[in-house]
Design a protein around this ligand. Structure first.
Ligand code: 9D3
Length: 261
């Protein structure tokens, strides 16, 4: 899987391919990341990539032409590398607060694809004519303001790459993540490791029991209650999708009663 990032700050993007789970997978050739700087596709001596907005207003706008030339260069390069299926060019995705909010179901869909050309904006925005001409879809991370699209692009790529076959060492790690349907979209239960007593705080007894079924039931109960307390919206979703068992409901009823005492 290949990702091409168009960015004025390529140095921001190197870490993902260099470190951790994604870094290892990158080293093994599971995926690749290339950055393309619009500044390299300017023709004036000042290498201008932005200009003042028509109609006035604060800030600067990214010019269409350097971005368009970067896209053309990437398409030629992907073609030469055989990165795309014949007649199926990679989608051009703009990271933007106006995009569809990213979530796990979308990451799963992306993981079945061949990668994408990701456009990272800076300044107040991007000339709309570039967006109209080249951009296939827009993706947001949610309702908060970033300084640009780079971190959002890295988050997107990270969420996709870790789902690729062979990226996670322990096949169970992905399987047990929050939002995985196997966990029915609940938050994860708490984790503990040695020592058994740390600064006077013991590990929950059940986890030391060696009793697998009891441990599983305890973790499930913790998940259900934590999700109810922190993300009641996820409980509603799980219930609506029929992903809560009678035991789960009983556990919610019981802890509700405890809270009311
Ligand atoms: C403060 C400037 N805003 C005017 C009301 C517009 C604006 C322009 C550029 C706001 C943010 C940005 C840069 N953000 C992104 O490129 C971005 C982003 C985000 O800010 N939040 C969540 N997801 C994303 S994806 C890309």
């Amino acid at each position: 899987m290949r990702f091409d990032l168009i960015t004025l700050f390529p140095d921001m993007c190197a870490a993902l391919a260099a470190q951790g789970v994604c870094g290892r997978a990158h080293q093994r050739g599971v995926w690749s990341l290339q950055t393309w700087n619009p500044r390299d596709y300017t023709r004036d001596v000042h290498r201008t990539v932005d200009d003042r907005p028509f109609g006035g207003g604060p800030g600067m706008v990214m010019m269409a032409e350097p971005l368009a030339l970067a896209i053309e260069a990437i398409r030629a390069d992907r073609l030469a590398a055989g990165a795309d299926a014949a007649g199926l060019p990679a989608p051009v995705v703009l990271l933007s607060p106006a995009g569809q909010v990213h979530r796990q179901a979308l990451a799963r869909r992306w993981a079945a694809g061949r990668g994408a050309i990701l456009v990272c904006g800076r300044y107040e925005g991007i000339d709309q004519r570039f967006i109209d001409t080249y951009v296939d879809q827009q993706v947001s991370l949610g309702d908060f303001v970033l300084s640009g699209g780079e971190l959002a692009a890295l988050v997107l790529v990270d969420s996709v790459v870790r789902l690729l076959p062979g990226v996670l060492h322990d096949a169970e790690s992905a399987e047990q993540d929050s939002f995985n349907p196997a966990l029915t979209g609940l938050l994860d239960s708490p984790h503990y490791t040695r020592p058994e007593i740390w600064r006077g705080q013991a590990v929950p007894e059940t986890l030391l029991s060696g009793h697998h079924a009891r441990i599983q039931a305890w973790r499930r109960r913790q998940s259900v209650r934590l999700t109810r307390d922190r993300r009641p919206d996820l409980i509603e979703q799980a219930r609506a999708a029929g992903r809560l068992s009678r035991q789960d409901e009983a556990c919610l009823d019981a802890s509700q009663a405890e809270n009311e005492e």
